[in-house]
Design a protein around this ligand. Structure first.
Ligand SMILES: C[S@@+](CC[C@H](N)C(=O)[O-])C[C@H]1O[C@@H](n2cnc3c(N)ncnc32)[C@H](O)[C@@H]1O
Ligand SMILES: Nc1nc2[nH]cc(C(=O)O)c2c(=O)[nH]1
Ligand code: SF4
Ligand SMILES: [Mg+2]
Length: 280
């Protein structure tokens, strides 16, 4: 089984409560664990996962909604997070969330990880760039998952966990969040910049064949806007599903779509192995 740690939400208050937030660069951490990378081109590689709380989007299917609009966990100093990563074996680190790049201290952590020689994958929705006043930060693999129209929540597709949109920072109703999600979910300039700066995989969550026209049109737009090449095998189709049972009904359909369009298929290895258990 994957190994979780003391940085797994035992402290209280994933908010700005000065009493629980350490001085200096810090991140609200939902979970920190060691597992096999379950998704994408590095699937199967032992990796330390750092999952932050909070997100700028509200995908109805989010498998990590507890980090995004029901934030749990606590603030940890970047130094504490680095100590925990150093104490584990893997050279591969996966920085995820929530949306990890909404936090100012994400760039501090990423620069430190680069200095220490880790291979770092950033799992991001592609709406925010990993950069600060000192410029772009080093990332070994940008694992970008642009969100399609089929991710937008609505009355018939309420967000997982029934979240009403409260994200710890401000409380707005579900309808407002649906509008915000729709307005924010795609930023072509940010996607093109990620492709130009980093080794990038575009990892789409596919709910069914109706998603393919939007994927094809978005990939064409990114190719047009970016200078770097986007190969068909850099485009990954990932079946939507938080549980083995859900994946059972989507993965064959999505695998066939990948074959048909020449894109790459990615499994959700961790779901196959450990279903929807936390810290996996
Ligand atoms: C929880 S997100 C965190 C990183 C970032 N916010 C993002 O969306 O890319 C991690 C990965 O899980 C994917 N994901 C979330 N819910 C999913 C689901 N129900 N089925 C398949 N993939 C899902 C996301 O698209 C993303 O690739
Ligand atoms: N094993 C495992 N692999 C993953 N790859 C990306 C994940 C994520 O939630 O970002 C993830 C995850 O939650 N678990
Ligand atoms: S972008 Fe979507 S999938 Fe990623 S954490 Fe936010 S709500 Fe979840
Ligand atoms: Mg996950």
């Amino acid at each position: 089984m994957p190994v979780s740690s003391s940085v797994d939400g035992q402290r209280t208050g994933a908010d700005d409560d000065a009493g629980s937030r350490p001085e200096g660069p810090a991140l609200p951490i939902n979970e920190l664990f060691t597992s096999l990378q379950g998704e994408g081109t590095l699937a199967g590689v032992p990796s330390t996962f750092v999952r932050t709380s909070g997100c700028n989007l509200r995908c109805w299917f989010c498998d990590s909604y507890h980090t995004s609009w029901e934030p749990t966990g606590a603030w940890y100093g970047v130094d504490e997070i680095l100590d925990e990563i150093d104490a584990r074996g893997p050279n591969h680190v996966v920085f995820t969330g929530g949306e990890p790049l909404i936090h100012d201290a994400s760039t501090t952590l990423l620069r430190e990880l680069d200095d220490r020689g880790y291979h770092v994958t950033v799992e991001t929705n592609g709406t925010i760039l990993p950069e600060d006043d000192d410029g772009p930060v080093p990332v070994d693999l940008a694992s970008v998952s642009p969100k399609l129209a089929s991710s937008t929540p609505g009355p018939e597709r309420p967000p997982s966990g029934g979240g009403d949109g409260g994200d710890g920072a401000e409380n707005v109703d579900a309808e407002t969040w649906a509008e915000r999600h729709e307005a924010r979910r795609l930023d072509l300039d940010a996607l093109a910049t990620l492709v130009d700066r980093y080794e990038t995989q575009l990892k789409f969550v596919v709910t069914g064949p109706d998603d393919l026209p939007e994927i094809e049109s978005l990939v064409a737009d990114v190719r047009e806007a970016a200078t770097a090449e986007v190969r068909d095998t850099d485009v990954l189709l990932m079946p939507e599903g938080q549980t083995r049972e859900e994946l059972e009904s989507t993965r064959r359909v999505v695998a066939d779509l990948a074959l048909e369009h020449g894109y790459r298929y990615t499994p959700r290895l961790h779901v196959d192995l450990w279903n929807d258990a936390p810290n996996t």
